[in-house]
Design a protein around this ligand. Structure first.
Ligand code: LRH
Ligand code: MN
Ligand code: MN
Length: 406
């Protein structure tokens, strides 16, 4: 028997002309990649807290990620970070993940922890260090081929702290050289996702500071190079949904690193601080999914939704469950936007009606809808409660403290 709240919800949406079955189908297709590093210990520059039961190696990270997927049905892939997730045999990691019902997602080369990279990796003025960094990029392409991953996701800590410290234009050229070499190593069905960030750890300039620089690099490289939007990497007040719409229109929106921020790159649980922003991002994407241009529509289908969070004070697995559920909630709300209503208001230049048409979708309670979707998929109606009632936390306690960290 259908739940009363759901029956009411369905009636309400049908009356608005929303095709609830289509909404449910889109929800069933939503996939969010979780980051291996979000299962390990992390902290701020002040302290890394060690939690009991944290995975001790990449194999155990996959086991925890599998729990998140089993309970939510939302997270079938896991991003890895190299060398944080370095193993002797990547095919073993791959089959371990596959036996757990997962796949390995984006491969993230880590070019920020070796001492050599203090003054830059691919943009270091020392050619030997640039070579070392580019070799690591190439090694990560090989790892992606071994793990069956189609995306190599790039973020560079490269930049300077003081005016005059580096030659900004030379560094731009070195960046391009390294990316070009890596681009040539990609198989035709692989992508290079280029992430940008305006600050930290470099504070005066970063070599890929904003979406325009990442986009420009992608344009020079070719169609397999796309831009990755990490929601925490913008200056305060930036209109991220505008950037999203722009990149989508240019067919270069490759994916996201979702997280929440209040002040800077806070890496908090997505959807906690500014859920409306997340909703508006999805509103832009879903509008793109109805574009008459097939290239834009297929671009939407290829967007990689990934989390990039570090859970410093919260329990890792529940934090990941909360995160994917928050993304699902905002996606569900965005699916309730009546795009014809918005278009009609825009045509009439009715500013208030247009704003209302978007906001009202955000204001619906989608809990009954999500419960119904989970029930239909044989998932727990409340995945968080299911986890907290499970014995998993007790089971992994045996791992003790001092697990993997960054
Ligand atoms: C940098 C970043 C990048 C890294 C990750 C650990 O701030 O967002 O994506 O790979 O954090
Ligand atoms: Mn990121
Ligand atoms: Mn970040």
């Amino acid at each position: 028997m259908k739940d009363k709240a759901y029956v009411l919800f369905e009636e309400q949406q049908l009356a608005r002309g929303i095709d609830v079955n289509h909404v449910k189908q889109k929800l069933a297709e939503l996939k969010i990649e979780t980051p291996s590093w979000g299962y390990g210990d992390s902290g701020t520059r002040f302290k890394v807290f060690q939690k009991e039961g944290v995975p001790r190696n990449p194999f155990e990270k996959m086991e925890d990620a599998a729990v998140v997927h089993r309970l939510t049905g939302l997270a079938p892939t896991v991003a890895i970070h190299i060398p944080w997730d370095q193993v002797d045999d990547y095919s073993k990691l791959r089959s371990h993940a596959e036996n757990l019902g997962l796949r390995i997602g984006a491969v993230n080369p880590n070019l920020f922890q070796a001492d050599e990279y203090m003054l830059g990796s691919v943009t270091n003025s020392d050619s030997k260090i640039r070579r070392m960094a580019t070799d690591h990029l190439l090694a990560c392409v090989d790892i992606a081929k071994e793990t069956g991953s189609k995306d190599v996701s790039l973020w560079f800590a490269d930049g300077t702290n003081y005016p005059g410290q580096g030659d900004i234009r030379k560094r731009k050229g070195w960046m391009q050289e390294a990316l070009q070499e890596m681009y040539r190593a990609l198989d035709p069905d692989m992508r290079m996702l280029i992430e940008y960030k305006c600050f930290e750890p470099a504070f005066y300039h970063t070599d890929l500071a904003d979406w325009g620089m990442a986009y420009n690099m992608a344009l020079k490289l070719g169609e397999q190079a796309q831009v990755l939007v990490d929601t925490g990497h913008h200056l305060p007040g930036a209109n991220i949904e505008h950037i999203v719409a722009y990149l989508l229109d240019e067919k270069r929106l490759g994916g996201f690193h979702f997280n929440s921020r209040k002040y800077a790159d806070d890496d908090l649980i997505v959807g906690t601080v500014n859920p409306y922003e997340l909703f508006l991002i999805f509103y832009q994407i879903l509008q793109g999914s109805m574009d008459e241009d097939e290239g834009i529509r297929s671009g939407v289908d290829k967007i990689a939704y990934m989390l990039d969070q570090s859970h410093n004070i919260e329990q890792k697995i529940p934090a990941m469950i909360r995160s994917v559920l928050n993304v699902q909630t905002q996606y569900a709300k965005a699916l309730l936007v009546d795009h014809e209503e918005v278009a009609a208001a825009q045509k009439n230049n009715d500013v208030l009606a247009a704003e209302h048409a978007v906001r009202r979708a955000f204001e619906f309670d989608v809990t009954p809808l999500l419960h119904a979707v989970r029930e239909e998929q044989g998932l727990p109606v409340d995945p968080m409660e299911a986890y907290l009632n499970s014995r998993y936390t007790a089971e992994i306690a045996g791992r003790g403290k001092g697990g993997a960290s960054w």
